[in-house]
Design a protein around this ligand. Sequence first.
Ligand SMILES: [Zn+2]
Length: 147
Amino acid sequence: MSSITNIYTDPFILGLQQFPTPKVPEDAVVSYGYAKGMPSPMLGQTHSEETKRLIGLGWLGRTHTEESKQKMRRPKSEEAKRNMRNHIRPAERMENHRQRMLKDNPMDNPESVEKVRKTALNKKPCPHCGMMGNAGTLARHIKARHS
Ligand SMILES: [Zn+2]
C-alpha cells in the first residue's frame, strides 16, 4: 500500500474538501455513496492507521448544524428524561446539605458521634486481597482495585 503523508496533496482529503457538510436526514442509516441495505464497501476491510489519521483530519473544522445540536440535546430515552428531571445542580445539592446540617447536624448529638466512631473502627478484611478496612474504605477499595 502506498502511503500518503501530505494532506495537501492527498486525493482523499482533497475529495472531502470539495463537499459541503452533508445534510443527513434524521432517519438516515447509510452514509453517502451506496444504497440503504447494501453491504458497506468497507465490509471486512480496515483502514490503515495513516488513512484513519487522514480521515480524522478531513473532519476537522466541520461543525454540527443547529438542528443536529438541538437533536443531541434531546433526551435519548424515557430513562434519560427521568434522570434529567431529577437532576440537582451540584452547587444546589451542596447548599441544601449545608442548610440541613446547620439546622440539625447529627454530629451535634454525642450518641450519633459514638455510632459513627464505632462503625469506622469496625474493620473487616477485603474478600479479594485481605486488606483491612471499615465499610467506607473497603467499598472504595473494592471499587478502585477489584472492579
Ligand atoms: Zn482488596
